[in-house]
Design a protein around this ligand. Sequence first.
Ligand SMILES: N[C@@H](CCC(=O)N[C@@H](CS)C(=O)NCC(=O)O)C(=O)O
Length: 309
Amino acid sequence: MREIICHHYPQSPVAEKVRVALGIKQLSWRSVTIPRVPPKPDVDLLTGGYRRTPIMQIGADVYCDSLCILQALEATVPEPSLFPDGNPCWWAGRWTDTVLMDLAAAIVLGAGVENLPPEFAADRGRLYFGPNYDLHAFNRDLPHLAGQLRGHFGMMQESLGAQRFMHGERPGLRDVLCYYIVWFIRGRFAGGPELLTEFGELCAWEGRVADLGHGQSCDMSPEESLDSALGAASAAESRVDPEDPAGLEADEPVEVAPDGEGGDPPVRGDLVILTRDHIAVRRAHERVGEVVVHFPRIGYRVARPASNQ
Ligand SMILES: N[C@@H](CCC(=O)N[C@@H](CS)C(=O)NCC(=O)O)C(=O)O
């Protein structure tokens, strides 16, 4: 198998989700550290403009979004499975990655608003909450927001019960999903450790997940990762579902972007894959050659470019 390359930075909670999954699967991988805010010229060469963190690269295949990354990891390295009980509960991420992550981001950014570098606050405010974001309003609303999060942590702890991990004896997807929210709140919200103290079983579980580690990683320079794409061919096989309501055909030019108001730029390319859970487009640049950029279907908008409609 080609090397797994993860493009990330240490402080990213969503990257921590992927790092823990790499740990559960006991994988060896290469680590490329990317900037926390744009410009990200090397990332852009690989993704065609997708700027979020993390990104996984295997040769000339570039996986955007942690859902797509975890699905690709599970398909490429099925054992140990992210579903030790045999139930592929991908839906669980629709709780942690939307409601819970939005809440956690509002708390972390709202509580830190006076100390955040203005450029960082503006970037993340817009990205997570749209053009009308108001981090000071989150700051004023902290007691309410923390009260909400407390309820969610209660649900997490109840679901864990007396088990070692969320799925039972062995760790899996639901551990990865719940852990990165707890990790983010404990590490980046001054009131986080205090908020968590009442959840004794959850804190003990948090320690067990931390002990799983991140697999074995070895640093790679951005240049090396670009060379790796240039020297490789994508392993993606074309399949476009005629039942997809977007009504698109293989090889036609499309734009793909995260749904929502974050102002994420679209990625342009020729359609290679469109299924219920997967979008992929082919694009080329002289520095990386031909690459295929993958996205999850859920949470992403794919359409003909406005000028071609
Ligand atoms: N839906 C995406 C969300 C990724 C995301 O928002 N990541 C944050 C970092 S934790 C981010 O991209 N921040 C802006 C950046 O890194 O430029 C995923 O699951 O990967």
